[in-house]
Design a protein around this ligand. Structure first.
Ligand code: KG4
Ligand code: ZN
Length: 352
């Protein structure tokens, strides 16, 4: 895309001027390099405009954070700093692509996330894009989770659809009307569902599962397999709060307190029941029990199919960022080289 390269090098042209031109240019095949460093995964991938994942590489940080019982931002940042150049290099070598000749667009997570961690990915992406004269796209992390299934499902899922985003940082029910149009119907009033999993895994001293799809939440899922669901009385959050239920909001901090009390009261010795360390699982959305309940609800009550990305693409990765880059580029939504990270960023603000 030589023409586009010349354009992005012209310093003083406002990006709006390019928009229609980019929409035209993006009708040709193109490749996007995506970089994700918003939390504890250093993820890089190359995705093309034909909905193909050319190559993906990732560096996990479970070994660093497990000993601290949770993600330590300064250590996460340091690890991104150390590993990101190699992970980018691996994606290019693995995909047999030359960054100068074969990569057309650089996409990167701009927010929400841990400020220091976002900064590492963003500086790398901005530098690459500016030096190579390629278009830059800053991506909203949660929007990219909501768009991934449009890449991984057999056919392109049309808008609108209902999105249930359950991660370590967020718990959201959204109506996704377009790549930039997400209406928030509900969220958590306290902890996210991922936080509840992580804190309870810590309380129960369950060792984290290793490898892709591992971590504390996945370990708790493995731990619970074969358990008796009626052994302890666990409250259903906000069951009696009609107003909050109408608002479609959630609450998960009470679950943690309840487990804490149970552990204290029963003096449970859970260390004796620890699971094998090296089993693999997926993200909160790939938790088999949660997925089965959601599927049942969607199919039986509302008669709609539940679609979800494969479990390894439910947790953070570079593929979702590269794919969002593909989607945004097609709409001419590129950014200036001087964009900053946005650690707190409502998904609804995208349409403003
Ligand atoms: O999307 P994600 O990788 O990062 C954020 O954007 O926050 O989600 C990470 C969260 C963590 O809280 C992790 O423990 C949880 O997802 N998680 C799980 C499972 N796998 C990961 N929670 C429940 N069951 C799982 N199998
Ligand atoms: Zn995420």
């Amino acid at each position: 895309m030589v023409f586009l390269k010349k354009l992005t090098r012209k310093k003083f042209w406002p990006i709006q001027i390019y928009r229609n031109l980019i929409i035209q240019i993006s009708k040709n095949p193109f490749n996007v390099l995506g970089i994700e460093t918003s939390c504890d995964d250093t993820g890089v991938a190359i995705v093309n405009s034909s909905r193909q994942i050319i190559y993906e590489s990732i560096q996990l940080q479970h070994d660093i954070h497990e000993q601290n019982g949770g993600i330590v931002p300064s250590l996460a940042m340091k690890s991104h700093q150390i590993h990101l150049p190699r992970v980018i290099n691996e994606a290019l070598i693995g995909g047999k692509l030359d960054i100068v000749k074969d990569i057309d667009v650089i996409a990167v997570t701009r927010g929400p996330g841990l400020p220091g961690c976002l900064g590492i990915g963003l500086s790398a992406a901005k530098t690459l894009a500016a030096v190579l004269g390629k278009p830059l796209i800053g991506v909203h992390h949660m929007a990219s989770h909501a768009l991934t299934a449009r890449l991984t499902h057999t056919e392109l899922i049309p808008f609108p659809y209902l999105t249930i985003l359950i991660s370590g940082g967020h718990t959201l029910i959204l109506v996704t009307n377009g790549i930039n149009k997400h209406i928030q119907l509900g969220t958590t009033i306290d902890d996210s569902v991922g936080e509840a999993f992580d804190k309870i895994a810590r309380l129960l001293k369950i060792p984290w599962l290793k490898g892709r799809g591992g971590g504390p939440g996945a370990a708790l899922e493995q731990f619970a397999i074969g358990g008796k669901s009626d052994k302890f009385q666990i409250p259903i959050p906000m069951r009696k709060d009609q107003q909050r239920r109408k608002e479609m909001n959630f609450s998960f901090s009470g679950l943690k307190t309840c487990i804490q009390q149970l552990v204290q009261k029963q003096n449970l010795n859970l260390e004796d029941e620890q699971v094998k360390k090296d089993l693999a699982a997926g993200g909160v959305a790939s938790n088999k029990s949660i997925r089965a309940s959601l599927e049942k609800l969607a199919n039986e009550r509302y008669n709609i199919p539940l679609i979800s990305p494969p479990s390894h693409l439910c947790t953070d990765n570079g593929v979702m960022i590269a794919w969002t880059g593909v989607e945004r580029f097609r709409e001419g939504l590129i950014d200036e080289y001087n964009i900053d990270h946005i650690p707190k960023w409502s998904i609804e603000d995208l349409s403003k």
